[in-house]
Design a protein around this ligand. Structure first.
Ligand code: HEM
Length: 414
């Protein structure tokens, strides 16, 4: 018998970021809309109240929520993203606290600054692809910051593999196969490094790598080397993924040169200031990266009168919410001033999830992302560059998307 609502997986593949916002518009812009995805009935939620509902684990759970093809590319089997309850809290604690506290964020930013200075010294006069350069700078920075035993000869391959994992998670075909191979390769290398570190004194060192190698789960046992590798990649891969936001930052600086002048005048000479932070928030709001996040109904319940069955798919419309005119006046205008002196509301700006990262699945790397993005955006604004003719379109049908050219520029040789 035909399902009451036709499956929309093909629409998602064709429409990309437009799929959920479009579904919601056609249904009358409500806060909940019914659809079908990957053969399952789904309800898509929208708005700050929905965010609070979604990030309460008595409403939405994550165990068994993510499809195998997403785990085998983007997150890894056994990742923190797939845990609930005590298992989730104990594992999540590993990503919070010292790993992402202000001192750790500042330390990673220093590594990024050093790497960017070294890389930009060779930009002069040659055409540079921003996405590729930044992915390499981020890979070296996170390698040094996390104490990963990955030598210089392998760090570029690690950057390319992490880019492939993100690039191929939402699509069938060659991009997906590349993502699977990339994950297999990096999991194996890091699992071997964890095994070796446990048999040497190196594991005693105070680095994120050592913290993961030493971490004990809710059952008191060490993480299996494969799981430790998966979680190490859950720092390394998203840190390298800041290359997407940085490329969007380059696009914004080129398109709206006034923001470039403001960034140049920002801060006190060297560092970043309030405008840079506001700019980073606006890049995360305005440009398409995460389309939506999903979980499963934890029990039979209702949301605003709409029934949600236990085990039913629940989606949170990230891209749609970040462009909702009721939340963001003139949402398709790029305007960092929205955030100047006004930090974003926890459950309104949700490019990296919502709720409280300590109790739910919100990204623990948000402070890192904002600080690194603000730093790289300011550094870019201070470059004298020429932007040659190129295809700067950002196709919304592709997940994840980016300017087709990767954003090419030629920096002044002087
Ligand atoms: C979770 C986005 C950077 C580590 C998430 C989630 C999103 C996200 C949407 C899922 C929220 C949910 O499931 O409800 C991003 C984006 C980033 C970024 C767009 C920038 C490119 C980082 C960084 C780290 C990180 C730098 C490293 C510390 C994680 C981890 C989780 C997560 C470990 C799983 C949290 C959990 O399940 O409790 N991120 N993230 N992310 N992110 Fe990020």
């Amino acid at each position: 018998m035909a399902a009451l609502i036709a499956d929309r997986t093909v629409d998602l593949l064709l429409q990309g970021y437009g799929w959920l916002p479009d579904t919601r518009r056609r249904a009358g812009n409500g806060e909940a809309v019914r659809t079908r995805l990957l053969g399952h009935p789904a309800i898509a939620l929208h708005g700050p109240d929905a965010v609070r509902f979604f990030y309460d684990e008595s409403h939405v759970r994550r165990t068994d929520a993510l499809p195998g093809p997403v785990l085998d590319t983007l997150f890894g089997r056994g990742a923190v993203h797939t845990l609930d309850g005590a298992d989730h809290r104990v594992r999540k604690a590993l990503f919070l606290g010292r790993l992402t506290d202000p001192g750790a964020v500042a330390s990673l930013v220093r590594h990024v600054e050093t790497g960017w200075r070294a890389a930009s010294a060779s930009f002069g006069g040659r055409e540079t692809v921003l996405f590729d350069e930044v992915a390499d700078v981020l890979a070296r920075a996170v390698r040094d910051w996390a104490g990963l035993p990955v030598d210089d000869a392998r760090v570029h391959a690690m950057a390319r593999d992490c880019v492939s994992m993100v690039d191929g998670f939402a699509t069938p075909g060659p991009r997906h196969l590349r993502a699977r191979r990339a994950r297999d390769r990096q999991e194996e290398l890091l699992a071997r490094a964890v095994r070796e570190a446990r048999t040497t004194a190196a594991v005693g060192e105070d680095t994120p790598f050592a913290a993961f190698a030493r971490h004990r789960g809710a059952d008191g046992g060490l993480l299996a080397p494969h799981t430790a590798a998966v979680e190490l990649l859950n720092i390394v891969r998203p840190a390298i993924a800041i290359a997407w936001f940085t490329t969007f930052a380059g696009h914004a600086l080129h398109r709206w040169p006034r923001t470039r002048d403001r960034l140049r005048d920002d801060g006190d000479g060297g560092g970043t200031g309030l405008y840079a932070t506001a700019f980073a928030h606006e890049v995360r709001r305005f440009y398409p990266f995460v389309p939506f996040v999903g979980g499963l109904g934890a029990r039979d319940q209702e949301w605003r009168g709409e029934p949600i069955a236990e085990g039913g798919l629940v989606l949170l419309d990230v891209y749609g919410q970040n462009h909702d005119p009721d939340l963001w006046p003139d949402p398709y205008r790029f305007d960092p001033d929205r955030f100047l002196g006004r930090p974003p509301h926890r459950d309104t700006l949700i490019p990296q999830g919502g709720g409280d990262p300590r109790t739910g699945h919100r990204c623990p790397g948000e402070d890192i992302t904002v600080a690194v993005l603000a730093t790289l955006s300011t550094a870019l604004a201070r470059l004298e560059w020429t932007v040659p003719p190129q295809d700067l379109r950002i196709p919304l049908s592709r997940i994840p998307t980016a300017p087709r050219s990767g954003f090419r520029f030629v920096a002044d040789g002087t």
